[in-house]
Design a protein around this ligand. Structure first.
Ligand code: FNR
Length: 393
């Protein structure tokens, strides 16, 4: 029984003591092309590295002799109470990493008392994720060539109680991720001899694969899965669905098809943030897509202060990209974010230990955040502000 526990998902998750541990375990557990799809980024992966390094430019200034016996980590996101300032970012084709895909990730987020954002390019449909994970969810959409399909998804998301629409605007065309190109990563993935061999080397993944061979993507959520079983390169599949001619003027059309609050994801400049505010968005997600789109941008954490100043509280501000530690969350909140979103940490967790691994990712960040708040002398996240941050260089 002890051995079974040790090798159970819970046991594996418990052996990870930070997000990097989950990443390493995921790397050992899923086939290399799928790990690379999750872990990788565009071109030289400069932005991906900067997202991490950016946090090192900020030093925390802790204050002493503050009563930190009671911590307050709860906040609200668009009026919905969340138990911690961490929200699940949208990640597409999550079913590649684990057959329970977005359902498992959403359930883990809900078990921690927070929101999950489902991508329009999910492995599981809106209906499937809703059934598996009835908790609070946002729906993320790209601007698709086929607006009819997009509007249909909005209707279904509304019918299933998704509380906000996240419109991702940094994918005019697909970013070039060289690891995927090299691996000939495709949708649906080709079952090559090499992949089959890796299934043997990584028996956990093979078991999942055999148990529920849900390897194709977007069966009902997303349109245009290659018909007739043909596989296309992932980037080409993405390019087929996105409308590169979209401008700010199109925002109003989405409003007509979505009655709830709207967040815009992928903003990196203060002037764009101001435009978003002028277009009446309720929320802005400062994001560079985890470095998976345009390479060589600024890190999101370095972009945040000027955006926060420009927005001046007229919309709720969120940030994602490179959040791997509780102290990263403190920095983001102190510089003006209401909460952060995490992408890869959840999917690493999923690959490492299924739903238990995703939960572990949230728990680790939650635990680190709580300890760091106590040590910093800021028991309430609502008190965090730029006065506790010092910019280096
Ligand atoms: C993403 N991201 C993403 N964003 C989005 O708006 N729609 C999507 O379908 C996806 N798909 C996706 C898949 C995978 C595997 C990853 C890793 C990321 C980007 C995501 O929402 C988020 O912006 C970044 O992941 C944040 O950076 P970190 O937390 O991964 O460093």
């Amino acid at each position: 029984a002890a051995t079974r526990r040790r090798f159970s998902d819970e046991g594996r998750a418990a052996r990870c003591h930070n997000i990097e541990d989950l990443r390493v375990m995921a790397k050992r557990s899923v086939p290399q092309p799928i790990f690379d799809y999750v872990d990788g980024a565009a071109w030289g992966e400069v932005t991906r590295r900067r997202n991490r390094d950016g946090f090192e430019r900020f030093e925390l200034l802790p204050r002493m002799l503050v009563d930190v016996s009671k911590l307050e980590l709860a906040t609200t996101a668009l009026g919905r109470e969340i138990a911690l300032p961490i929200i699940g970012a949208p990640t597409g084709t999550t079913g590649l990493t684990h057959p329970d895909g977005e359902g498992a990730v959403a359930r883990a987020a809900h078990s921690m008392g927070t929101i999950y954002t489902q991508s329009a390019l999910s492995s599981l449909s809106i209906e499937e994720v809703s059934a598996m994970a009835p908790g609070p969810k946002w729906f993320q959409l790209y601007v698709m060539t086929d607006r009819g399909v997009a509007y249909d998804m909005l209707q279904r998301a509304a019918a299933h109680g998704y509380e906000a629409l996240v419109l991702t605007v940094d994918v005019a065309v697909a970013g070039v991720r060289e690891r995927d190109v090299r691996n000939r990563f495709s949708i649906p993935p080709r079952l090559t001899l090499r992949a089959a061999a890796q299934g043997l080397v990584r028996p956990r993944w093979a078991r999942n694969f055999i148990a529920r061979p849900r390897l194709t993507t977007g069966n009902t959520t997303s349109p245009r899965v290659p018909a007739g079983g043909g596989a296309v390169a992932h980037a080409e599949w993405v390019n087929r669905q996105f409308d590169p001619s979209v401008t700010w003027d199109d925002l109003a059309t989405f409003r007509e098809h979505w009655g709830g609050p709207l967040l815009i994801k992928g903003i990196m400049r203060p002037d764009d943030a101001v435009r978003a505010v002028e277009h009446g968005v309720e929320g802005i997600i400062v994001s560079n897509h985890g470095g998976r789109q345009l390479d060589h941008t600024r890190s999101t954490i370095e972009a945040l202060p000027a955006i926060a100043e420009a927005v001046g509280g007229r919309a709720e501000l969120y940030l994602d990209g490179g959040i791997r530690r509780g102290t990263d969350i403190i920095t983001a909140l102190a510089l003006g974010a209401r909460a952060v979103l995490i992408g890869r940490p959840m999917v690493y967790g999923l690959g490492a230990a299924g739903e238990a691994g995703v939960r572990r990712a949230f728990e680790l960040l939650h635990g680190e955040l709580a300890t760091a708040l106590a040590l910093a002398g800021y028991p309430r996240i609502s008190d965090l502000g730029p006065e506790m941050i010092h910019l280096v260089r």
